[in-house]
Design a protein around this ligand. Structure first.
Ligand code: SF4
Ligand code: SF4
Length: 230
């Protein structure tokens, strides 16, 4: 599909488009880049959400907040977040291993094409559900999709059944796309709100203490009903 457009490792310009081409070549379904900045709105929202106890047993969210809101504190020299998406159907059972393996392959290609100093040599800079980083928000910041009323990240064509992975790089890049606002493409739909069996999505807030997925890990109702996943 991208055969004629496949980047080679010599004399390439460092652009978001070329990074995305490498990512698609590695097997990701989508990729885009967001410039690093502090997520002020998310910091305010999450501090309030945690203060109300709506994060339930996820005590880890109370720690490393400064790093979670600002990748420049997580990875010294951070300039941009490369966000990659892998659909559930391509990830297999152990999606952590699969996504991370693909990110390491992508990293090697980026180093070869753009220099070893494109990433930190001293700090962890590859993430998949594993560090204080607001993954869904960076998916949005990169312009890959929006947060739906079900509080899931939704890609317009891949839906919400995607695993994100990130590489934080230490070279500046322009933004790939303009971020979508919250619920951008939900319009008047409220199927997920009506389908939730516990009321965990009441009042435009996701209440983890009421969410079955966070107690038994066996609920996808608010995603299965979503038209973007059909
Ligand atoms: S995962 Fe289930 S319980 Fe949790 S918000 Fe979605 S529908 Fe509600
Ligand atoms: S089910 Fe409807 S309201 Fe809920 S996230 Fe999907 S499109 Fe948005």
């Amino acid at each position: 599909m991208y055969k004629d457009d496949t980047p080679t490792s010599s004399n390439l310009t460092l652009t978001s488009e070329n990074i995305s081409k490498f990512a698609l070549q590695v097997g990701f379904n989508a990729c885009a880049v967001a410039p690093v900045h502090r997520l002020d709105d998310d910091a305010e929202f999450m501090d309030c959400w945690i203060a109300q106890g709506l994060h339930g047993e996820m005590d880890y969210l109370e720690r490393n907040c400064d790093k979670r809101y600002d990748p420049a504190l997580l990875v010294p020299g951070a300039q941009a977040v490369v966000v990659c998406l892998l659909s559930f159907e391509h990830s297999g059972r152990d999606y952590h291993r699969r996504v991370k393996s693909m990110l390491y392959t992508l990293e090697a290609q980026l180093k070869e094409a753009f220099g070893e100093d494109i990433v930190s040599s001293t700090h962890q800079h590859i993430f998949c559900d594993s560090a204080p980083i607001l993954e869904r928000r960076w998916c949005v910041e990169a312009g890959l999709g929006f947060i739906g009323k079900n509080h899931q990240f939704i890609h317009p064509t891949l839906g919400s059944m995607v695993h994100p992975g990130e590489i934080i790089i230490n070279k500046p890049l322009p933004i790939s796309n303009t971020p979508y606002p919250i619920s951008a493409l939900c319009a008047d739909c409220r199927l997920c709100l009506d389908a939730c069996p516990t009321g965990a999505l009441r009042n435009n807030v996701w209440d983890a203490t009421q969410c079955i997925a966070y107690t038994t890990h066996h609920c996808l109702e608010c995603q299965l009903i979503c038209p973007f996943n059909l």
